[in-house]
Structure formats: C-alpha cells, structure tokens
Ligand binder design. Structure first.
Ligand code: NAD
Ligand code: UDP
Ligand code: UDP
Length: 337
C-alpha cells in the first residue's frame, strides 16, 4: 500500500484455506484490516495461527450459505472446497457454497457498496476443445457428472456476479484461477502436487492417473495472490472474467519425475485409473492478464516446488530434500504454518 492508499476493511471468505490464508497474510502486510470468514470445512486453524496476534486480523466461523451482515469495503469470495476429493465428498454442499454463498456475498456487497472478487476456476472450461484457453471460450462441461457440482456451481456463480453487476451495479472482479500450488495445501486433499510430494517424501509410490499424458499448468501461490490484489485494485471497467495462472504446461508424468528429482526420493511411479471427466489438456492464455494488469508469474516451477517440498518435509518431519536450487533458499523463512 502506498502512502495515499487508505487502509481498508477486507472480508476474505475461505480465509483459513490454502489460497485464503496467503491472501490474508498479504492484505495484512499491505496495512489492511482483515476479516477471515470460514466454516473450516477444508481450511485449518494452523493456516492462520500466525496471524491471530495481529490486531487488524479477525476470524469468524461462519458458513457462507447463510446470510452474513458485516460492514466491509472489499470482499474476496474464496470459500469453496477446491480439490476434487473434497468437493465431491458432499457435492450438494459444494453447489450450495458456490451458488447460495455467491448470492449472500453479492447481497452483502450490494448493501455495503463493497467491491467483490470471485475465485472462479479454469474448471468453467471443463474438458476444453480450445487450447490454450482464452476468456472468450464458453467451455465444454458435463452438467451431470462427478465434477459438475464444482464446475457448474462456479459457472452459475459467474452468472450471478455478471447479473449483480448489470442489474444492481455491483463492482465485481471475476478471476478464473488455474491450478495453483504451494505451502499450506492440505496434505491429504488429493491434488496432484500435494499427493506427489507427500508420496515422494514418505517413500510411497507416486500415483499417476491414466497414462500421465494429461496436462495442467501450475502457478505458485505468491504469484497468484499478487494477481488477486492487482486485479482487485484495477480500474473499474475491468470486471473479468480474467484467466490467472502460469502458462507453463506440463504432463503429470513430467511433474512426477520433477518431484522425484527435487526430493531425491526412491519412490517409483504407479499408474492408477483416470477419474471420470478428468480434463485432457489445460493451459491458460494469460494475454489479458499481461496487458490489462501488467502481471505474469515469476516463480519457476523448480523454485516453487522446492519451497513447497520444504514445507511438506517440515510437516511430515522428514529430512530436508537432498537437492534444492539456490535461489529458493531466501524465501523459505516465509513457510510458517
Ligand atoms: P481450500 O479448500 O484450501 O480453501 C477453501 C476454504 O473455504 C477452506 O478454508 C474451507 O474451509 C472454506 N469453505 C468451504 N466451504 C465454505 C462455506 N460454505 N462457508 C465458509 N467457508 C467455506 O481451497 P483453495 O485451493 O484455497 O481454493 C480457494 C478458492 O480458489 C476456491 O474457491 C477454489 O474454487 C478456487 N480455486 C483454487 C484453485 C487452486 O488450484 N488452488 C484453482 C481454481 C480455483
Ligand atoms: N445478504 C447478506 N448480507 C447482507 C445483505 C444481504 O447475507 O448484508 C443476503 C440476504 O440474505 C439475501 C442475499 O444476500 O438473501 C441476496 O441479497 P439481495 O439484496 O440481492 O436480495 P434479496 O434480499 O432481495 O433476496
Ligand atoms: N492426478 C494424478 N495423480 C494424483 C492426483 C491427481 O495423476 O495422485 C492427476 C489428475 O488425474 C489430473 C491432474 O493430476 O489429471 C490434476 O489433478 P488435480 O486434482 O490436482 O487438479 P484438477 O484435476 O482439478 O486440475
């Protein structure tokens, strides 16, 4: 925050989760007051424990599918389980969180005239037929499959955001977030980066689903949170949707090999069946983010993975990995929870 920018009261829903906890940390560092609202469905107190002593930080246990009456200047709506294992565990609740939660947070934004950011997702593109994905692509989504509670919930939330803007003049920011990883990911959430690192560190086989040729593009959490803040504070006509992610596309086999190399693990690779509706190829076109926000990711996969491996190694109490690139060292002090 520069000297001319006022401190704001910022609500972060899902603030005890992986991305939310990093965002709360960043907003506090920028001088704002932060109200973290979370029902601790997938979030953990440990993620925000280091923030509790800060007098500008407050936590409220609350489920956003119920109304919330608070006074704030900005809202980041991140509440929603993000890993397929978690969002498929109670799919009806997942849809309620995306849809009822969006209605409540938009109603709140409308009443208090707050700008509101929506954590949408690359899953709105489904199993895409356009590659890389641009914001103009409408997607290829199964409306009745196992992933639909998440994909369609997030699509409906985007509709609500656009309609609250058109109908009620609410100031919105809709970000389509592509796969993001880093410290404080839940070790058992089943996402690929956390799975592979935990397996490598504990000597278990690395579970590659399908033939491992499906692709994703992975963005390090600090880059992503930087984009959130930049987008939130951008000019009013830039409502999105906007793709945020790292356009370095990789196969799951390649990432398995990189995790094995960086951890120095003896684990082998084990192939497992591909989950249903698993997208074959995914990579963001971030031209809009580059031109409109002047943003692009800076942390390389090797550096980001090394920081994430250090975090998980500390959690499971293993020795630090035998190999770490030198440039990753100074940032390791940030890993606290
Ligand atoms: P996460 O599961 O770590 O965090 C989600 C948080 O929301 C948790 O703290 C959880 O307890 C909370 N929550 C869930 N339902 C809630 C409810 N009804 N009321 C209040 N709190 C609730 O996941 P994450 O990776 O931090 O994802 C954060 C947001 O970003 C999600 O909306 C997700 O869809 C979106 N996103 C994440 C990624 C990614 O790669 N991490 C990619 C695309 C989109
Ligand atoms: N809402 C909320 N906090 C507020 C204002 C509204 O949680 O500060 C909820 C409210 O419960 C409502 C929803 O947001 O169901 C949508 O509000 P809106 O004003 O758009 O619609 P209405 O109240 O007319 O249904
Ligand atoms: N995946 C895998 N092994 C695992 C977990 C996931 O091969 O142990 C694959 C999964 O099938 C998908 C990719 O990794 O193709 C990314 O999965 P993740 O659940 O992390 O994210 P999403 O599918 O939502 O992009």
């Amino acid at each position: 925050m520069n000297a001319y920018e006022p401190s704001r009261r910022v609500l972060v829903t899902g603030g005890a989760g992986f991305l939310g906890s990093h965002l709360c940390e960043r907003l506090l560092a920028d001088g704002h007051e932060v109200l973290c609202v979370d029902n601790f469905y997938t979030g953990r107190r440990a993620n925000i424990a280091h923030l509790l002593d800060n007098p500008r930080f407050e936590v409220l246990r609350h489920d956003i599918t119920f109304p919330l009456y608070v006074e704030v200047d900005q809202i980041y709506n991140l509440a929603c389980p993000a890993s397929p294992v978690h969002y498929q565990f109670d799919p009806v609740q997942t849809t309620k969180t995306s849809v009822h939660g969006a209605i409540n947070m938009l109603g709140l934004a409308k009443r208090v005239k707050a700008r509101i950011f929506q954590a949408s997702t690359s899953e709105v593109y489904g199993d895409p037929h356009v590659h890389p994905q641009t914001e103009g692509y409408w997607g290829h989504v199964n409306p009745i499959g196992l992933r639909s509670c998440y994909d369609e919930g997030k699509r409906c939330a985007e509709t609500l955001f656009m309609d609250y803007r058109r109908q009620h003049g609410v100031s919105i920011r809709v970000a389509r977030i592509f796969n993001t990883y880093g410290p404080r990911m839940h070790p058992n959430d089943g996402r690929v980066v956390s799975n592979f690192i935990m397996q490598a560190l504990t000597g278990q086989p690395i579970t590659v689903y399908g033939d491992g040729h499906q692709t994703r593009a992975f963005c390090y959490v600090d880059d992503m949170v930087g984009a959130f803040v930049r987008f939130m504070d951008s000019d009013d006509d830039l409502c999105g949707p906007i793709n945020l992610g790292n356009p370095q596309e990789m196969s799951m086999l390649a990432i398995a090999r990189q995790v094995i190399e960086l951890t120095g693990s003896q684990s082998g690779i084990e192939f497992r069946p591909l989950p249903s509706d698993d997208p074959v190829q995914r990579c963001p076109d971030i031209s809009l983010a580059r031109s409109a926000l002047g943003w692009e990711p800076r942390v390389s996969l090797e550096e980001g993975l090394s920081r994430t491996i250090a975090y998980f190694a500390q959690r499971v109490g293993t020795n630090p990995p035998s190999y770490r690139p030198r440039e990753a060292q100074p940032s390791m002090g940030r890993v606290r929870a």
